[in-house]
Design a protein around this ligand. Structure first.
Ligand SMILES: [Zn+2]
Length: 324
């Protein structure tokens, strides 16, 4: 489905079957010479068909279209290799480009998960069924790497890239100051909370994320165009709610921890999750993976705040209250 958001600016709703995200918002700006597509959907047929139909309805020809991807996740980047023509420019964040490294290995992440209590026998399945791996681009086109401050003028819009690490390290929002438009990727969503995970001790993603919320808090904005679900207007109001959400989650985590020593996986299993499952044991393994990653992000943050301690043991890491 194609909808006009503003003059020359359109949204294509791309379905994401079986995903709690439901759909992806791909934004299209019609330029005078070339057009620009921001984010694309998973590399799977339902997404491809929706994008092909949407782009055809908007008369975007692949060779005359450039692409900008807000962050590396496959629901945003997955189709870029199939949609881009030979002459398309593909703008991609330098901070996320490591994901396409040929000799990249998932081993450090797997080891980290195991050290944090994720059961070895569930790990292979968790990775195999992870949509990020399943629906990633098969072919990665030549990328034009961009950073915070990059700017692009198209169809009367002046977009400036804002580095907003947290959801991913290289996440970019796009801001048009004249028109008060913020294309927020997955940095700020309205109906759901952006997923913040940490699969490396070096990355304090929740701290980065809260910093990135502050970075955009005061921007004069008329409308926010997020990567999923509803468009919205009240940016500071939504940021206040997201900050409050993370405060509540941190408090819940500390309550779960109490005076025990628990692994991140154990803590995740005792936290409350917005999912239709009677018990943690019944969670699909991908959901356990997301839950553990999110718990690790909160643990890393609370450790940095001096509220909890990480204890190294023989089998891996456990956490305990700082005073305990
Ligand atoms: Zn997304």
């Amino acid at each position: 489905m194609v909808e006009e958001v503003r003059e020359r600016l359109y949204r294509i709703e791309v379905p994401l079957p079986n995903s709690p995200l439901k759909g992806l918002n791909s934004y299209v700006i019609k330029g005078d010479g070339r057009d620009l597509v921001i984010d694309t959907g998973f590399n799977r047929s339902a997404c491809y068909e929706a994008m092909r139909e949407g782009l055809a309805a908007l008369r975007c020809d692949p060779e005359g279209t450039d692409f900008l991807i807000t962050h590396m996740h496959s629901d945003h980047a997955g189709l870029v290799g199939r949609l881009a023509g030979e002459r398309s420019r593909v703008y991609f964040s330098r901070g996320d480009a490591w994901v396409f490294d040929k000799d990249r290995s998932v081993q450090p992440m797997v080891d980290y998960a195991r050290m944090n209590g994720f059961p070895a026998d569930e790990l292979t399945e968790a990775l195999a069924s992870h949509p990020g791996f399943k629906y990633r681009p098969e072919r990665v086109p030549e990328l034009t790497l961009i950073d915070d401050g990059f700017s692009l003028a198209i169809g009367g819009y002046h977009l400036r890239a804002l580095g907003t690490p947290g959801h991913t390290r290289g996440h970019l929002c796009l801001y048009d100051a004249n028109r008060g438009i913020l294309i927020s990727g997955d940095h700020i969503l309205f109906d759901i909370t952006p997923h913040i995970e940490s699969w490396s001790y070096q990355v304090d993603s929740l701290r980065d994320y809260l910093g990135s919320l502050t970075k955009v808090y005061g921007l004069p904005v008329e409308i926010v165009l997020p990567g999923h679900r509803s468009l919205f207007c009240d940016l500071p109001g939504r940021i206040d709610a997201l900050r409050e959400h993370h405060r509540e989650r941190a408090a819940e985590l500390l309550a779960v921890l109490g005076s025990e020593r628990l692994s991140a996986y154990q803590i995740a299993g005792r936290m409350s999750w917005d999912i239709d499952c009677a018990s943690w044991e019944l969670f699909p393994v991908t959901q356990k993976w997301f839950a553990t990653g999110e718990t690790l992000a909160h643990l890393r943050y609370l450790e940095g705040e001096g509220q909890i301690r990480r204890n190294a043991g023989e089998g891996g890491f456990t956490f305990s209250a700082a005073g305990g």
